[in-house]
Unconditional design. Structure first.
Length: 543
């Protein structure tokens, strides 16, 4: 409108100056147009709003029946009526409005170009406070004590009381350039965990979790053939279930429960799960049908209203979960049965596997978690946790943990007889024959100078360290941490064989193997089945 807006940061005020001489009647018309707004012209419809803003990021205020919208390319917070989708108010906050979170009647807004968080009070409908940060905020999360934010060079927490910042570190490396690829993160306030994920375009993408009580990382499982979590959906919690991306996880052990979903999960309640492509029943995960349109940004309120922001077509529209259900395409048999009341949406029975000799054992949780996914098996009704484990038994555990039993090219070679006699002491009739071939093909075991595998030899701690690191190298070599000084604190470090020293140091540095009393690594000690299970469980958390 041929004006310049001057913003005074100290007084937090703005003034408008005309750049050109006023046309007759213009000033009166302009002042009338900005009535009840802050330095802007109201728009007639939310469709126009979308075209102006580009990509829309919204938060739903069900208490006040309002929607708050920002755009990374804009400089305004726009307040929209949730009932009529009409623009109510606009406030200029500054360039680069990147993210917003509604928490306890306060709307926290990340303002990139001023390295700050603006706080909008939903009761007074005005800016009540601003927090200055040391980096440009791009993603934010909030709880009672902190603002968690991802900046351009780091991830940090801002203490709302002390006004102090603390940086986050993930998996023993500090996020620097890598932090650029973080796409979103969420606080699970019930369990005090901060989750984050990275973009599909980055080769180091993944799902991460930080325990906010001690700021230590929680290792999470991986998914797909590349062993990389490629999720870009919204985290949804329900009871002990974590829904993230296309997968359901058990939060007690972070083991994968189900990955039948297609698309990124955007919404879940006690009845339904909605991804950006399809809709499912919550408990059974049965598919109901396909969505009539691809969903990008879905928010909802406690009244059951859905607000869909479509960045491609530039609109926000209001609907309900029932309308989404009715308008599904290619409805399945499960949908028809469910609508007729013939389908009972019950969870699939989960049989908890345990053993009669691990009741109070220190490794009970790890043994049961691995038994549920068939990485370890019992001996009858027992597990024999204190029994020493052989080389062949440990290799089998590693093969199952890495899901390498599914390598059909190797299994096909074995069935066709097209294999190499790698070891002189392994026969086709041996129960460990297939796992031995797989392990040798991928370099997990190499044998001794006599071309022997020694499958029934009890495995030593240094042998286990080497095999474990080779498994890690096959699955995620980029996550191996090398530190030759990690063994310096052990009194028997000189007893570790030269061929095992580097991998033993890495296993200690990464927390896969810990020492024994007296600051001993005990490289030649035998390992129990329980100790092996714990090490494999730790290893799976690193994949």
């Amino acid at each position: 409108n041929n004006n310049v807006i001057m913003f005074n940061k100290e007084s937090n005020t703005m003034k408008r100056f005309a750049l050109l001489p006023m046309l007759e009647g213009f000033e009166e018309a302009y002042n009338e147009s900005v009535k009840n707004t802050d330095y802007s012209i109201p728009r007639g419809s939310v469709e126009d709003l979308g075209r102006i803003m580009g990509n829309i990021n919204i938060a739903v205020d069900g208490k006040n029946d309002l929607i708050y919208a920002i755009s990374p390319g804009g400089n305004k917070l726009q307040v929209i009526g949730a009932k009529d989708l009409k623009l109510k108010k606009e406030l200029i906050l500054g360039q680069g409005l990147a993210d917003l979170k509604l928490y306890k009647d306060k709307l926290y807004i990340a303002v990139q170009h001023t390295n700050s968080i603006a706080v909008f009070d939903t009761a007074s409908q005005s800016i009540s406070q601003s927090y200055a940060l040391t980096d440009s905020p791009q993603l934010i999360e909030v709880d009672d004590q902190y603002i968690y934010y991802k900046g351009s060079t780091k991830m940090a927490s801002y203490n709302l009381t002390t006004k102090e910042e603390a940086d986050f570190a993930f998996y023993n490396f500090k996020w620097d350039w890598n932090v650029y690829h973080v796409e979103r993160f969420f606080v699970d306030s019930e369990n005090n965990i901060l989750y984050g994920d990275t973009k599909e375009s980055d080769p180091r993408e993944g799902l991460y979790a930080i325990d906010l009580s001690d700021r230590n990382p929680i290792m999470l499982p991986t998914e797909n053939s590349n062993n990389i979590v490629k999720f870009n959906g919204v985290t949804v919690f329900e009871g002990n279930e974590l829904l993230y991306g296309a997968t359901s996880y058990d939060r007690s052990n972070y083991m994968k429960v189900n990955n039948v979903f297609k698309g990124a999960i955007l919404y879940a309640d006690d009845k339904y799960i909605i991804t950006n492509i399809e809709m499912y029943l919550r408990k059974s995960h049965e598919k109901l049908g396909e969505l009539p349109e691809f969903l990008e940004n879905l928010k909802f309120d406690e009244k059951g209203n859905f607000y869909i922001a479509n960045n491609r077509e530039h609109y926000i529209k209001k609907t309900t979960v029932e309308n989404v259900l009715l308008n599904l395409k290619n409805k399945t048999a499960a949908y028809e049965a469910y609508k007729k009341g013939e389908y009972v949406d019950a969870p699939k029975p989960v049989v908890k596997i345990t053993f009669d000799d691990i009741g109070n054992h220190w490794a009970k949780a790890e043994i049961e978690a691995l038994a549920e996914i068939k990485v370890v098996k019992g001996i009858g009704d027992s597990f024999a946790p204190e029994k020493h484990i052989t080389r062949a038994e440990y290799v089998m555990m590693l093969i199952r943990a890495m899901e390498l039993e599914k390598l059909m090219d190797i299994k096909g070679d074995i069935e066709a007889g097209a294999f190499v006699d790698y070891f002189t002491d392994v026969k086709r009739s041996d129960w460990y024959f297939e796992s031995t071939v797989i392990a040798r093909r991928i370099g997990l075991v190499m044998g001794n100078e006599k071309v022997q595998y020694l499958p029934n030899k009890l495995i030593t701690r240094e042998e286990m360290a080497v095999m474990t690191l080779r498994a890690m190298a096959y699955k995620r070599s980029d996550k191996i941490i090398r530190d030759h000084n990690a063994l310096n604190s052990y009194n028997d470090r000189d007893k570790i064989s030269s061929w095992a020293r580097i991998d033993s140091a890495s296993a200690v540095k990464m927390g896969l193997i810990t020492g024994k009393p007296g600051m001993l690594f005990a490289p030649g000690d035998k390992t129990t089945r329980a100790e092996a299970a714990v090490i494999v469980k730790r290893l799976m958390g690193r994949f």
